[in-house]
Design a binder for this molecule. Sequence first.
Ligand SMILES: NC(=O)c1ccc[n+]([C@@H]2O[C@H](COP(=O)([O-])OP(=O)(O)OC[C@H]3O[C@@H](n4cnc5c(N)ncnc54)[C@H](O)[C@@H]3O)[C@@H](O)[C@H]2O)c1
Length: 347
Amino acid sequence: MGNKNGKQGGKLRVGVIGAGMISGSHLEAYKKDARVETVWVADVVKEKAVARANEYGVPKAVADYASVLKEVDAVSVCTPPFAHLKPVLDAARAGVHVLCEKPMSLASAESRQMVDACAKAKVKLGIASSRSTLKSDVQAARDLVAKGKLGKVYYSRATTLRRRGRPGLDFWPDVTWFLDSKKAGGGSIMDIGCYDIDILLTILGEPQPVSVSAISAREIGSQRVPKGVIHDTDEHMSYFVRFKNGSAAHFETSWAANMDGGDTVIFGTEGGIRLNPLTFFGETNGTTHDAKLNIGKWSQSPQEDFVSACVGKKAEPDTPGTMGLKVTQIIEAALKSAKEGKEIRID
Ligand SMILES: NC(=O)c1ccc[n+]([C@@H]2O[C@H](COP(=O)([O-])OP(=O)(O)OC[C@H]3O[C@@H](n4cnc5c(N)ncnc54)[C@H](O)[C@@H]3O)[C@@H](O)[C@H]2O)c1
């Protein structure tokens, strides 16, 4: 199996960098995977690494991941977005596969550096997201589009609206970096917009974005921000993306809005799709019809998928670094567009 020196029964040896909230889902998934041996947990706050290692029966906890990179074949990077770049580059240089938490980075230049470094080192780079693309409805929608069942897809829309769902403010009071643009890069669009973009790009066959026009708002109860906490990120963004293939998509993302809802819809010349539940809208001999598709219900974790790529069972993780780069390009252009009040082109 994909490890370098065949120790530990040929299992893939994994390390987890960053022992905060999301590290638990990585450690849980690796614990369940018989192909994996989790070797260490690292966190700059060593007590956090020790606590996670004890919780999941991992033998080693360290403060400095660089000192133990040579002991593993793959790492999960579970640090906040401002601290993704360095561990990804360090891991690539050490010849170690990387599963990096979403959002991939603060800027497309950083995402590109990650993609290039991993390609040069010939290691896998996957982007982990709890709203995984590895679900029955997303994969079935992707197949329908790829097989041409929708005809030409000319427009799509993805919406995720939270009434009050600002991390660091409405929940998870200790994780205030989500609200600070210098640390998080952006607000709702970085935190949850990235899920909708990733899922839609997956369904549409990864079209290249060419321009974005956006508005941003932070209007809902910001007076509740505790003293000393920086909150300068978007709470709502609406953004319109044009793709190189002539198609376009509209996204609406809110951490806080006096509205609710969530939807992903694809418009094609021969048919349309709505996710959740997957429904196909069509026309036969002049009569319109729609039907919920019986696709069963399954999902796979990004960690299981990443391990499959590391051990050679598939070529790339389902959200590879190249896709993460496109997601970053859209987010970056949307934030710039909202700030400058004009459409931004993506080179
Ligand atoms: N997939 C999801 O559903 C989901 C949910 C929440 C967060 N996330 C993402 O996961 C990442 C982490 O979020 P979180 O909520 O766990 O944050 P967190 O603040 O709870 O944990 C981050 C941890 O990283 C540590 N850290 C920071 N810099 C480090 C470094 N250089 N080396 C080692 N450790 C370092 C911190 O001490 C902290 O313990 C973010 O990118 C976030 O967007 C994903």
